[in-house]
Design a protein around this ligand. Structure first.
Ligand code: HEC
Length: 169
């Protein structure tokens, strides 16, 4: 009887360990946020990419134009912007994005209505198990839909682990 009553708590504990291990908690002293760059937090990142350094003033992903064709699940049409570090890595075919790289992708329906903004932001030490990407999905107004080291985003993008979880070719 006694042993049995311990099974549930042990299972629960194990479950929480799995959760904790699959998604690092943001500890400011343990991550390498570059000076002037935002913390790996959804609000700070949105404020950075819309106010401090508006992504719409960045360059688009090299060789991609506005509203190129996308695939499931992101949207029929996509417009993808890269900050300086990310752009350099794409141009040099570096195969890995540098610390501070930010990719912002606008996702559109076929009728060109924007439905979401998805972001990947690389922060040294944030989530070493999955190449330190901070993932976020916002509504066009900036409501937070997904944020963190989101298992759902990672699960699909890890199909391109050898390309630093970057899907765009
Ligand atoms: C089912 C697979 C899948 C899931 C889940 C997914 N993505 Fe993607 N993602 C893609 C594909 C495929 C592309 C390439 C663009 C395209 O063809 O749509 C992409 C491209 C991107 C890009 C542009 C950079 C790159 O990797 O090419 C960003 C940013 C991005 N996704 C963010 C996210 C975020 C944030 C989430 C979770 C909220 C997420 N993705 C979930 C498949 C996925």
């Amino acid at each position: 009887m006694k042993a049995r009553s311990l099974v549930m708590p042990a299972l629960l504990l194990g479950f929480f360990f799995v959760l904790a291990a699959s998604c690092a908690k943001y500890v400011p002293t343990e991550v390498g946020v570059a000076p002037g760059a935002p913390a790996p937090e959804a609000k700070a990142l949105w404020s950075y990419i819309t106010k401090d350094s508006p992504y719409t003033e960045w360059r688009m992903w090299p060789d991609k134009k506005a509203l190129y064709m996308g695939t499931v699940p992101h949207g029929a049409l996509l417009t993808t912007y890269v900050n300086g570090g990310a752009r350099k890595a794409v141009i040099q075919s570096a195969g890995v994005m540098p610390n501070g790289a930010i990719i912002v992708k606008e996702n559109y329906r076929p009728d060109k209505e924007m439905v979401a903004v998805t972001v990947m932001y690389k922060v040294a030490g944030y989530n070493p198990e999955a190449n330190n990407w901070f993932w976020a999905k916002y509504s066009p107004k900036g409501d937070i839909m997904v944020a963190g080291c989101a298992p759902m985003c990672i699960a699909c993008h890890s199909g391109r682990k050898q390309f630093d979880y970057i899907m765009t070719k």
